[in-house]
Design a binder for this molecule. Structure first.
Ligand code: ATP
Length: 248
């Protein structure tokens, strides 16, 4: 696909008029986005709005999907999915460094595992880990490559609420340390406001809202500004809020 010339040199991701469709049905209709170096962007949208289609386009994992438009993404990028996609026949450390190469691969893998709090589990098999631990390994496997761009497709979607909160804290720490640009696809409005510098809402195949989140970190759900931003996003997603009926 044609690279985009001009524009901001600090952008890590740029799309211009990106369109994709399946079976003659348009899913993405002219998506223009930019993500700056080190910027954390969350992507919200109703189910079926095309979030995963956009993420797969940015990962360049969609060669079989018809489409048009232009795209600039760094070659050094990592993808994390809802399931960890660890190789069951490889131990945890081997999963982290698989394909990494270089003389320090082992050392780097161990450091990455320590960063996600799993230094002691390097010899475990994936099936011996909980779902949350497996996602930690998936994060370590992504970040050990020091990606310029981290693409995450609902990485915490299958985790229980408590584990998800811990993963939010971990992801924030990791991003502060490694500073990748991030595109996080999520259903969870609170997760988006909690983590992102900017939230995009995808609707009818294009970006309907581009909302900057300027709250100080760490953020709290109780902050009135947090609540206000959540309401703006819920409205943009078409979620009507019924007033809670008074109980007798
Ligand atoms: N391989 C495919 N073949 C045909 N249609 C597809 C394919 N992948 C996605 N679609 C369709 O494209 C639309 C967008 O799908 P996509 O998975 O990108 O949405 P999404 O916003 O990520 O949804 P969800 O939030 O439910 O995961 C849907 O209508 C889906 O059925």
């Amino acid at each position: 696909m044609a690279p985009i010339t001009g524009g901001l040199s600090e952008s890590v991701v740029r799309t211009k008029d990106l369109s994709r469709g399946f079976d003659g049905r348009a899913v993405l209709r002219g998506v223009d986005i930019e993500i700056a170096r080190g910027e954390f962007v969350a992507l919200l949208g109703r189910s079926g709005s095309g979030k995963s289609t956009l993420l797969r386009a940015l990962a360049e994992l969609d060669y079989d999907v018809p489409g048009s438009g232009a795209l600039d993404v760094p070659a050094n990028r990592s993808v994390v999915f809802q399931d960890s996609r660890l190789l069951p026949w490889a131990r945890v450390l081997d999963n982290v460094i698989l394909g990494l190469g270089g003389p320090n691969a082992h050392e780097r893998g161990k450091i990455a595992l320590a960063e996600v709090g799993l230094a002691s589990r390097e010899k475990a098999w994936p099936k011996e880990l909980s779902g949350g631990e497996q996602q930690r390994v998936a994060l370590a496997r992504s970040l050990v490559r020091e990606p310029e761009l981290l693409l995450a497709d609902e990485p915490f979607g299958a985790l229980d609420a408590l584990t998800r909160i811990k993963m939010h804290v971990l992801l924030q720490e990791l991003c502060e340390r490694h500073r990748p640009a991030v595109l996080l696809v999520t259903h969870d409005v609170d997760e988006a406001v909690l983590l992102a510098d900017r939230v995009l809402v995808l609707d009818e195949g294009s970006i309907a809202l581009d909302l900057r989140i300027e709250l100080d970190r760490p953020r709290t759900h109780r902050d009135p500004e947090f609540i206000e931003l959540r309401e703006i996003l819920l409205t943009s997603l078409g979620v009507e809020r019924e007033p809670v009926a008074a109980t007798a």
